[in-house]
Design a protein around this ligand. Structure first.
Ligand code: ATR
Length: 283
């Protein structure tokens, strides 16, 4: 392999449907970078062996997706603040001295996507649905957007309490753990709802929340991008609420990764979104 070609990829299982190779491939071509970014299917038990061998092969780093984000956190020699708070890493950078650096760019990706959609919290409360790994990064994003208070609603309230007690010391914003049944108490003044639960995916019913209880100016965001319009977003659109899909977060979380792997700061554009929408439509 020529030393000139910069190598990177996305490591996950399954990874066949990841849009990341298409996304980075689009930027590689657009900016004329001599590089390659491929899908790297790696089973959970093979993660650390795979990382070592990619490092040996001269990879600049890898994006990390399900189910490896916690393992990536564990393998990194140093991590950024977002990764530390989330307990998860979505980008690994391989340095020439052998050090592995872990980043979590999901939070800035989500914050940038919401900002791009015109969402500004500016001292107002927001609702976060879910208390898993994705919710932890979303808490940081909502903090970056200036939420006065983040209402963390989870089916299992105890898990929301655990998330809040784990994150409270790292974050200035008030975090309030709640159950889904508390929705009606707090929907009335919440101008943003971010869904990080997997309800509504893989044939399960979406969360049964009365969206009409939200202010008319509220925005609903779903962080998944496949399907692009989730059942929750469909219902939000029907209720005349503003919606934000998961593609914006995907594009924005990749900016720091592309810059670190390939040395160019790429741009998120409408043409890139169209390219990814096409890829999703092609299956
Ligand atoms: P991730 O790391 O992607 O966030 P996770 O840790 O499995 O994934 O978390 C999934 C989230 O979706 C959890 O908040 C889960 O709620 P519980 O903690 O109560 O299990 C939520 N979730 C999944 N299916 C759900 C459903 N049918 N209704 C409500 N919440 C659901």
């Amino acid at each position: 392999m020529s030393g000139q070609v910069r190598l990177a990829g996305v490591i996950g299982w399954p990874v066949t449907h990841s849009l990341s190779p298409r996304l980075h491939g689009y930027w590689l071509e657009k900016y004329g970078v001599e590089g390659s970014y491929i899908a790297l299917p790696v089973r959970r038990e093979d993660f650390s062996t795979a990382v070592r061998s990619l490092q040996r092969e001269g990879y600049r780093g890898v994006s990390v997706t399900v189910p490896h984000k916690e393992a990536a956190f564990a393998i990194a020699h140093r991590v950024d603040r977002a990764a530390k708070a989330a307990g998860a890493v979505n980008q690994l950078l391989f340095h020439e001295d052998g050090a592995i650096e872990g980043l979590n760019t999901d939070a800035i990706g989500l914050a940038a996507s919401l900002r791009e959609a015109g969402v500004s919290l500016d001292g107002k409360p927001a609702i976060l649905l879910g208390a898993g790994g994705a919710a932890r990064a979303a808490v940081l994003a909502l903090t970056m957007l200036g939420a006065s208070e983040i209402r963390v609603l989870n089916r299992d309230r105890h898990r929301a309490e655990v998330l809040v007690s784990n994150l409270s010391s790292a974050i200035d914003t008030d975090l309030i753990p709640m159950g889904l049944e508390d929705w009606h108490k707090i929907a009335g003044d919440s101008i943003l709802v971010v869904n990080t639960t997997s309800a509504g995916m893989k044939g399960t019913p979406s969360l049964d929340l009365r969206l009409e209880a939200l202010p008319k100016t509220a925005t609903i965001c779903d962080i998944v991008y496949n399907p692009l319009e989730t059942d929750l977003l469909k219902r939000a659109r029907a209720a005349n609420l503003k919606t934000v899909d998961g593609l914006g977060m995907l594009m924005h979380q990749a900016i720091p990764a592309f810059k670190a792997f390939f040395g160019v700061e790429p741009e998120v554009t409408p043409a890139l979104r169209r390219e990814l929408e096409e890829a999703l439509a092609d299956g």
